[in-house]
Design a protein around this ligand. Sequence first.
Ligand code: ADP
Ligand code: MG
Length: 370
Amino acid sequence: MATIELQHISLTYPGGVRAVRDLDLTAADGEMLVLVGPSGSGKTSVLRLIAGLERPTSGSIRIGDRAVNRVPPGDRDVAMVFQDYPLYPHLTVRKNLAFAPSLKGVPRAEIARRLADVARRLDLDDLLARRPGALSGGEQQRVAVGRAMVRRAACICYDEPLSNLDTDRRVRLRELIRDLHETTGTTTVYVTHDPEEAMSLGDRIGVLRGGALLQVGAPEEVYRRPADRHVAALLGSPPMNFVAGRVLAMDGGMVFRDENDGTHALPASFRVASEAAVILGVRPDAVRIAANGAAPAVGADEDQAARLEATVESSRFLGAEREIVTRTTSGNRIIARTREDFPIGARVRVLVPAASIHVFAADDAGLRVD
Ligand code: ADP
Ligand code: MG
């Protein structure tokens, strides 16, 4: 077991691309830390740095109680599972699994014990005699996970291991990876571009953008209090609604004037400097819709809810809920997730409880200001 610690890590590739920028990140002993970010945000680069396949341009990496900047990949005790792990095509599954430990001189009886354990956990027993060419994508990836497991490495890094699988297999293998993690307690860094996967797998998640770490925390904490609007936009489907505008002092209180010139009273608790250019965010599942004239179905926070006149533009059936796209009188597009349906063209009221409003600075960094 080991802690993985990145201190002020930067990586600039020979061509000049700054793939990782001043990253400070720790995966605690036994933790599953998930890094999530769009393509090109530096996820693979971070894993390659941990595994020793890249040397940092600056900063230091520690695994356990060792500084490993100068330790070659083979001596770092880090197992990697890639999106497309090339299994040895001419070897059977059994030999693929046994390859790394035999190379390390692990005794045969011990290898056999590990193999039996991993095959049972990953349901590989019936596949052991086959070659990779005779396996489906999901089976090959299970073998790749198994191969990382039999090494009994101090850490495992996963690089989008489920991306090439269909939904059904993806969810099953994801659960398996989580179960394996819980029983072995191996320190794990798992990388994905899929926010839902990140939130369901991680003890903590770290959000990357442009090689920089924007936020790290428990999934619920990051989802409920995103540190900036990029994190807010990435986590959640459909994405958070954003409305740009200004906060103004008016009639003894604060109002928000959106860029389409609609003015909305803000809750008394609001603490943003007057005249500040901000972006308000609200998640679709926090938005409620009421038919015009009907009593709004809001809870105790009713007084504090922003109410906007709007028209229904579209309504999509998603099973338990619908996704309803509305356009407010002042021209903003607001998406709601509701159980109720509303006909297209209907005039409605869009209700936003104050407690679910997020406020971000309007500049590029978009830091949370509430
Ligand atoms: P991700 O895994 O999040 O998609 P990567 O870590 O692969 O991101 O890449 C981060 C950035 O570094 C991207 O701009 C990518 O084009 C660049 N990059 C990745 N590998 C190399 C390389 N070997 N040489 C030069 N640039 C690279
Ligand atoms: Mg990648």
